[in-house]
Design a protein around this ligand. Structure first.
Ligand code: PGA
Length: 228
């Protein structure tokens, strides 16, 4: 299995031109330098998705959230099928910022995961505690999702999780789900700490926030983990 690197742009950047610059720069570096063992998925804000096109196998698109229903009278929502129809292959679900600011419950997250699977998207479920898996993945096969462990205190703080603690969580998640579960680490990932999570803590990939908006830094992460 290839390393899976998810770029979570969150509510950035402010203009389509900037979004195009960041995306095209990633595309150019991947095309020129190549990636053998790594796949990147860029998750921009919804309104940029249709404008970002990649024909590279190593560069895909994802959403940062999706609604639990396919279509209808749900003002302001974007469905999983809309994302799929716009070229996405992945969708982040249950990010801690949505759990906190949008008060998303584990039950809603479970519905969103089911909606994503029905639409043919691969959900990337974010958790900070193993106990969340029970409801979030109720009646869902772990083989159909990727799980990202993101300690709350490490998100956007520059204080990345130490390797022993990250390793311990990776093992705990795999004990619950299965040895072959796809588990990612997220929280203050940068080019100088990225490799350790995969090489030493045994993760299958990374969820990268802030660093994914800086093209050279993001490519350094991809290039570094690709050597593993
Ligand atoms: P960060 O964000 O890399 O900026 O810490 C990670 C995330 O929230 O997905």
């Amino acid at each position: 299995m290839k390393n899976l690197i998810i770029a979570n742009w969150k509510c950035n950047p402010l203009t389509l031109n900037e979004a195009l610059d960041i995306f095209e720069s990633a595309k150019k570096q991947i095309t020129e330098k190549g990636l053998k063992n790594t796949e990147a998925v860029i998750c921009p804000p919804f309104q940029y998705i249709e404008f970002l096109k990649s024909d590279l196998n190593a560069l895909m698109l994802g959403g940062q959230d999706c609604y639990s229903q396919e279509k209808g009278a749900f003002t302001g929502e974007v469905s999983a099928l809309m994302l799929k129809n716009s070229g996405c292959q992945y969708v982040i679900i249950g990010h801690s910022e949505r759990r906190k600011y949008q008060k998303e419950s584990d039950e809603l997250i479970n519905e969103k995961i089911n909606a994503a699977l029905k639409a043919g998207l691969k959900p990337v479920l974010c958790i900070d505690q193993v106990s969340q898996l029970e409801i979030d993945l109720k009646d869902v096969s772990y083989k159909e999702v990727a799980v990202a462990y993101e300690p709350l205190w490490a998100i956007g703080t520059g204080k990345a999780c130490g390797i022993p603690e990250a390793l311990d969580m990776n093992q705990k998640i795999k004990e619950v789900l299965g040895k072959d579960a796809i588990v990612l680490y997220g929280g203050s990932v940068k080019s100088d700490n990225a490799r350790g999570y995969i090489e030493e803590a045994g993760y299958n990939g990374l969820l990268v926030g802030g660093a994914s908006l800086v093209p050279d830094e993001f490519f350094k992460i991809l290039e570094g983990v690709d050597l593993i």
